[in-house]
Design a binder for this molecule. Structure first.
Ligand SMILES: O=C1O[C@H](COP(=O)(O)O)[C@@H](O)[C@H](O)[C@H]1O
Length: 249
């Protein structure tokens, strides 16, 4: 690890390349999972799509954990059939979930066969079944990505969903990034997690990372708004992604 900033409220780790990011973030996830299982018997995690799926699929299957205690949700999902290449669940199923001993009943995909608004309701019920109906769900860990526009989950800059305060899961039908229909966790759930972990690799993320981590934009970009109320916030970056950052180069 070439740099760890422990003093900041966010813990930013800059690593040499995507391979080292995969190694270090997967080790951190497993350590957190095993501690959660020891403390509370299960590990509740939300995973994001896009480039994160490969980082996790490359590193997690080789590591030791009790997969039967994992409860795997999706921070957001493209509302498309399972056989669509854009379906995040299917990407994880093929590259990660089929390679570890986790039962299907503990993985919680979106239902693409119903209208997207109903799917968001149905996903809320899946959360309620694991976390209960009282209070907000408290994820042990949310694994987040960030798009080149600063979006995270399916929460896009300037979109009214950024202000959602009631729903745990919301539908979006006008996503600026295709496919247009998605479901997403909302900020109340995100900010209530025990640990939010962003992973960003590659030079295409450098400019937006500078704005998110070192800018003072108002209104803040979606990724910059992630600040768990009582939980931790970590960023795992590779050097190309961090190349424009003053504080971490
Ligand atoms: O569309 C999405 O994009 C973001 C970022 O993806 P990346 O490939 O640029 O890392 C992802 O976090 C989100 O889950 C996904 O739906």
């Amino acid at each position: 690890m070439s740099h760890v900033n422990m003093a900041a409220t966010k813990n930013v780790r800059v690593l040499s390349d995507a391979g080292e990011v995969s190694e270090k973030v997967c080790a951190f996830i497993i350590e957190t999972a095993n501690a959660a299982i020891a403390d509370r018997a299960v590990f509740t995690v939300g995973v994001s799509g896009g480039s994160l799926a490969k980082i996790l699929s490359d590193g997690l299957p080789a590591l030791k954990t009790d997969w039967s205690k994992w409860r795997v949700f999706f921070c957001d999902e493209r509302h498309v059939p399972f056989d669509d290449p854009e379906c995040t669940y299917s990407v994880y199923k093929k590259n990660l979930l089929s390679k570890v001993p986790i039962q299907d009943e503990y993985v919680f995909p979106d239902n693409p066969n119903i209208p997207v608004e109903e799917a968001a309701e149905a996903y809320t019920q899946k959360l309620e079944a694991v976390f209960g109906k009282v209070g907000l769900p408290k994820f042990d860990m949310l694994l987040l990505g960030m798009g080149p526009d600063g979006h995270t989950c399916s929460l896009f800059p300037g979109h009214p969903l950024l202000n959602e305060t009631k729903k745990w899961v919301a539908a979006i039908s006008d996503s600026p990034k295709p496919p247009p229909q998605r479901i997403t966790l909302t900020f109340p759930v995100i900010q209530n997690c025990r640990c939010a972990v962003f992973v960003s690799c590659g030079s295409s993320k450098a400019e937006i990372l500078k704005r998110v981590l070192e800018g003072n934009e108002e209104p803040a970009l979606p990724a910059a708004r992630v600040r768990p109320h009582t939980g931790a916030l970590c960023w795992f970056l590779d050097k190309p992604a961090a190349s424009l950052l003053k504080s971490y180069s």
